[in-house]
Design a binder for this molecule. Sequence first.
Ligand SMILES: Nc1ncnc2c1ncn2[C@@H]1O[C@H](COP(=O)(O)OP(=O)(O)OP(=O)(O)O)[C@@H](O)[C@H]1O
Ligand SMILES: [Mg+2]
Length: 244
Amino acid sequence: MGAPGPAANSSSSHTGRPLVEFQNVWKTYVTGAEPVHALRGVSINIYRGEYISIVGPSGSGKSTFMHILGCLDTPTSGRYLLAGTDVSKMDEEQLAEVRNRRIGFVFQQFHLLPSLTAWRNVELPLVYAGVGRHARKVRALSALEQVGLGNRADHHPNQLSGGQQQRVAVARALVTEPDVVLADEPTGNLDSRASADVLAMFADMHKAGRTIVLITHENDVAAAAERVTRFRDGRFIEPEQAAA
Ligand SMILES: Nc1ncnc2c1ncn2[C@@H]1O[C@H](COP(=O)(O)OP(=O)(O)OP(=O)(O)O)[C@@H](O)[C@H]1O
Ligand SMILES: [Mg+2]
């Protein structure tokens, strides 16, 4: 303590406008008799180039947070600014556009289309973005090269290992050059070796300047990130509380 050096909280060393700004965001689901407050006043800034992990128990609201961050859903109240634009009140069509342009997703279940080869899966976000056929193929193959799967481009998902399928999913997340890559339990279905591979890929992406948000309930996975945050009962908790 007290020693000179870089700030412990990496966010404090960033200048300028955050890429992601949550201001007192609440999300309430009303499905049964009782409303469920999945998010209870989430406030956080995430800066370009940060690699942040969010760790918390099951049901604490991590995926809900990621859905809003990824423009798959909107807050019940509060504000969410992405690259300075208020996305909290956008309609579905506007959200889809922002999502396609700015966000890359990686999920626990890979979510690859079984009928498509690896490169066809990777090019899909570019189809939605209206990129031409030739450019799509070039970019999809290049993204597969980046994740070390250039030699598996013509394989179907069922011809790939779990770890390789997750690499294809990472390539698909990267192919649009998104502002932020969101990964929700990306190692949840992988053995320890494939998990280490995926985390090594994220470390490389971070070095290359990508912004990464990694959600997990495993402390050792979370520790791979540069900034580790804790989530409980629908909000981020302060480091002092986390230690208690
Ligand atoms: N679509 C929904 N409708 C109603 N309630 C929901 C919905 N999605 C989530 N919830 C509730 O909101 C709370 C937070 O759920 P969420 O999926 O965000 O947790 P999580 O931290 O991602 O958990 P896990 O680690 O198990 O994935 C839970 O109580 C859940 O039951
Ligand atoms: Mg979840």
